[in-house]
Design a protein around this ligand. Structure first.
Ligand code: NAD
Length: 322
């Protein structure tokens, strides 16, 4: 069962991004005041536009790498600020390294200063191209430290190290959550991730571009489930790391075919080059989250994709009408 944290005022860094905006929604619905900190590097005002009228919501437009200009009580810091899609972090390699390192220290300082609970949104990418399947939290990973993706992987590994050190050195009440591939409304059509790319191309009747031969696998978790998991960890005093994701492993080709079915698109599939260091398999072992928090993803991939397709359809229709 998901526990909703009874926090009074939370800071969500990266709150205008894909996952962050859903997290802001859930916190506000649970009665928590939210300060969303974002510099809009990869986020969007549209994701939080509906919250701007709420007296429980504040937007602080700033770089999280600078000292956070948040006054008053804060009892929860959820640190999500970071480019997350490969296209984004390859386009912004140095900002990705900075926000994972300097930005994480800055968010940790705020949590330490206010004696707040701190939750780091880390990633399955800390496992790199894993040799162990499924990946348990005790696996140390297989990361190329100098490859193009290392700007993200190593920044998140630093962020984890910093989070663990603040807990040891200062007794800050920290937690690390390792999020696996998440999808849903509020993803950008052009963020380079497979799901929005497949959906928008299918809706436009274009061919879906599958990297390699499509046999690489991903486990897709719907955003509502990821948010429920983040909040369950936030509500506990667990230090983590905790994997969040689904164990429903699919090949990228299967996901493409599912999108074609659900959209009724006849655009078909074309095969394109595989990016460097693209992980061959990704599948979390989520028994820790199940055991500690009773957390299980509740949304079937096909239902989540249908909801995401409905949202992208609305977006494309609204854009066409403008
Ligand atoms: P996103 O790009 O949609 O959101 C990130 C947000 O952080 C954006 O709004 C961006 O503008 C903001 N940001 C970036 N740098 C900043 C800075 N220096 N100062 C202030 N704001 C900054 O990404 P997302 O998919 O919502 O991912 C959110 C978090 O979850 C990230 O930390 C990511 O690493 C982690 N995560 C996501 C996934 C996934 O599948 N989406 C998987 C694993 C981990």
């Amino acid at each position: 069962m998901t526990r909703i944290p009874r926090y009074r005022r939370a800071v969500v860094t990266g709150g205008a991004g894909f996952i962050g905006s859903h997290l802001c929604d859930a916190l506000i619905q649970a009665g928590t005041a939210v300060v969303c900190v974002d510099n809009f590097l990869t986020g969007s005002r549209d994701n939080i536009a509906h919250l701007l009228g709420s007296d429980r919501f504040e937007l602080l437009e700033q770089d999280v790498n600078d000292k956070l200009a948040v006054d008053g009580e804060v009892d929860l810091v959820l640190h999500l600020a970071s480019p997350a899609s490969p296209a984004d972090y390859l386009r912004h390699p140095i900002p990705t390294l900075s926000v994972g390192s300097v930005g994480t220290l800055s968010a940790l300082e705020l949590a330490r200063d206010r004696a707040a609970r701190f939750v780091l949104a880390s990633t399955s990418e800390v496992y790199g191209d894993p040799h162990q399947h499924p990946q348990t939290e005790s696996y140390w990973g297989n990361v190329n430290p100098i490859g193009p993706r290392s700007v993200y992987d190593e920044a998140k590994r630093f962020a984890e190290a910093a989070t663990a050190a603040y807990r040891r050195e200062y007794g800050t009440d920290t937690a690390i959550v390792r999020i696996f591939n998440t999808f849903g409304p509020h993803m950008r059509a052009d963020d380079g991730r497979a799901v929005p790319a497949f959906i928008t191309r299918a809706l436009r009747g274009q061919q879906l571009q599958v990297a390699g031969d499509g046999s690489q696998s991903r486990s897709l978790c719907y955003v509502d489930d990821t948010v429920a998991g983040l909040l369950a960890v936030a509500a506990s005093d667990h230090a983590g790391p905790v994997n969040l994701g689904t164990e429903d492993e699919r090949t990228v080709l299967e996901i493409a075919r599912l999108v074609l079915d659900l959209t009724g698109s006849t655009g078909g599939i074309e095969f394109v080059d595989l990016p460097t260091d693209d992980p061959a398999r990704r599948r979390p072992d989520t028994s820790l989250a199940r055991r500690e928090f009773g957390w299980v993803p509740r949304t079937a991939v096909s239902d989540g994709l249908a909801a995401t397709i409905a949202w992208f359809t609305e977006q494309l229709t609204a854009k066409a009408a403008r």
